[in-house]
Design a protein around this ligand. Sequence first.
Ligand SMILES: Nc1ncnc2c1ncn2[C@@H]1O[C@H](COP(=O)(O)OP(=O)(O)OP(=O)(O)O)[C@@H](O)[C@H]1O
Ligand SMILES: [Mg+2]
Length: 322
Amino acid sequence: MTGTHRPAPGLGRDPVGSPAHGPVDSPVHGPVGSPAHGPVDSPVHGPVGSPAHGPVGRPVHGPVDLPGRGPDAAGNPPCHGSGGPAPDARASRTPVVELRNVVKEYAGGVRALDGVHLTVEEGELLGIVGPSGSGKSTLLHIVGTLDRPTTGTVAIAGHDIAALADRKLSALRARHIGFVFQAFHLAPGVTAVDNVAEGLLYSGLPRARRRALAAEALARVGLADRARHRPHELSGGQKQRVAIARAIVGQPDLLLADEPTGALDTASGEAVVELLHSLNREGATIAVITHDTEIAQRLPRRVRIRDGRVVADSARGKAVVR
Ligand SMILES: Nc1ncnc2c1ncn2[C@@H]1O[C@H](COP(=O)(O)OP(=O)(O)OP(=O)(O)O)[C@@H](O)[C@H]1O
Ligand SMILES: [Mg+2]
C-alpha cells in the first residue's frame, strides 16, 4: 500500500512535547485554529475511503520518505490500506494501534494511565468511555502520538514510536492520524473550504489541488453548499462537520475524536455521530471518546477506562479483570 499526498520531509516541525501540542482538549491549531501550528489535522493517509480517492487507491502526490506503512524494522510487510478486510485477513494485518502496558505519569505523580493494553484493528469504530479524570484524553493523546508514554510501547501502523525522533513522529502523525475536538478549532474568518484545505497544508500539494480535495471532503460531510461560509456563519453541528472534513481530507489511517458531540445539541450531535458511522462504513478506523451513553451503546466496540486502566473491552467480549 502506498501512501497519498504525503507530507514533505522535514515538515514534522512540531516535536512532541512542544508547546504547540497542548492537552488533547486544548486548541492545537494556534490562534486562528490553523493546523499550521502543528501536524494535528495535517495530511494523513489511509483507509478513510472517500468516493474521490477510494478506500484503497490513494494517489501519490508527494515525497515518500516519511514513516509509512512499508516494512518495519523487523521486516514486517506493509499491511494497510484496504477498506475493510475480511475478518480472517484482518487477523494477519498490523494493527492501526497497538499499546502494550502503557503507563503515563504526569509531573506531580499523577498516574493518568496505569498499564493500558489496547489494540485497534483497521476498520474498527470504537468508543472510549469512562468517568471524568479516568484517563480518556490522556489515552487519546498517547494514541495520537501527541505525547509519549512514561513506560510501555506504542505502535502506530506498525511503527514503534519510541524508535522515532520527534520530527519523524510528527511526520507519522501527519500522515496517519486525524483529530477532531469538542471545540472544533476552526480558523475564524476563514471559509469552510480553506479550513478543510489546511488539513493538507503539509501534503506538498499545490493550493488549487488542496482546495479541490477540501471541496470533496466538504461534500462528503454534506456541506458542499457551505464551502464559502466562515465559521461564524455555520451552526455548531456544521462547524464540527467542517472539522471532521479537515481531519479526513488527507485520508488518515485513524480518526481520533475527543467528545465530538460535547458542544452540540442532540440533533446536531446525532448528525455528527451518523457521519462517523458512515465514514466507518466506508473504511475509516475511528476512536471516539464520549460521555454519552446512548452514543456509546451504538458503537460496535466500547473500551471502558477507570483510574487509568482498561476495565472492560467489548471487543474482548468480557470485562478485563485486573
Ligand atoms: N498535563 C497534565 N498534568 C498533570 N496531570 C494531568 C495532566 N493532564 C491530565 N492530568 C490528570 O490525569 C488524569 C486523567 O486526565 P484526562 O484528561 O485523561 O481524563 P479524562 O478521562 O479525559 O477526563 P474528562 O472526561 O473530564 O475529559 C486526571 O487525574 C488529570 O487531572
Ligand atoms: Mg477528557
